[in-house]
Design a protein around this ligand. Sequence first.
Ligand code: OOG
Ligand code: MG
Length: 255
Amino acid sequence: MNHLTEYASLLDKAASNAKDVAQFDPEGRLSLDDAYEIQSQSIHLRLARGERRVGVKMGFTSRAKMIQMGLSDVIWGRLTSSMQIEEGSVVEFSRFVRPRVEPEIAFVLKHALNGDVTGPQALAAVEAIAPALEIIDSRYRDFRFSLPEVIADNASSSGFVIGAWQRPSLDFSNLGLTLNLDGRVAQVGSTAALLGHPLRSLVAAARLSAAAGEPLQAGWIVMAGGATSAEWIAPGQYVSVEMDQLGSAGFHVKG
Ligand code: OOG
Ligand code: MG
């Protein structure tokens, strides 16, 4: 086993046992290619256990997220079937190490998107859009990591919740949104925070996925990235996103 395979196995075990690990590259010396190779191998371990690949998540697509985590490169991760949490359902807190939540907008594709596409081409491939929440959970102690480390850890991806899908015919470039904890507004933002327009996040997802040899497929979900800073979640909470025109999505955290 080379060291990339060992890190993939370490992070996979940390995620499945909800037990944190120490940082292995705090100074960020690993190349980004090696970091994505670790991510890819860790996802293969999940697929080998019967999970299905369902899409892509984008990270650090808003300034709020870049500032909160102190990193400024757009990153991406791979979504699998076990990460999807049914809207309105109850989630066990114990499946996470130390979870946070952030409000996002989700796309589902009706056509594949390969490589360099324009915004209108990306939009033409979108079947529907929905308000969404991402539960991020770093497997590194205290949610601290370097850029290669967070990439290796599948961009902290842990769970995602998607509200009702709607046709992408309305202008979703600047929809106001709130992230609510027990009905109290914790964060206020807009979909415009995502690279100025959430479609740009989809264009980046198409480019990065194709460059990795895994172009976006029809039926895949793309999570466009947190529009605000993330909030810690705690047992007993009801967490929701409210988005202008698109409605809401939420879940309960079981203690
Ligand atoms: C990394 C994941 C970033 C987003 O939406 O920006 C991300 C992290 O913040 O732990 O999911
Ligand atoms: Mg996110």
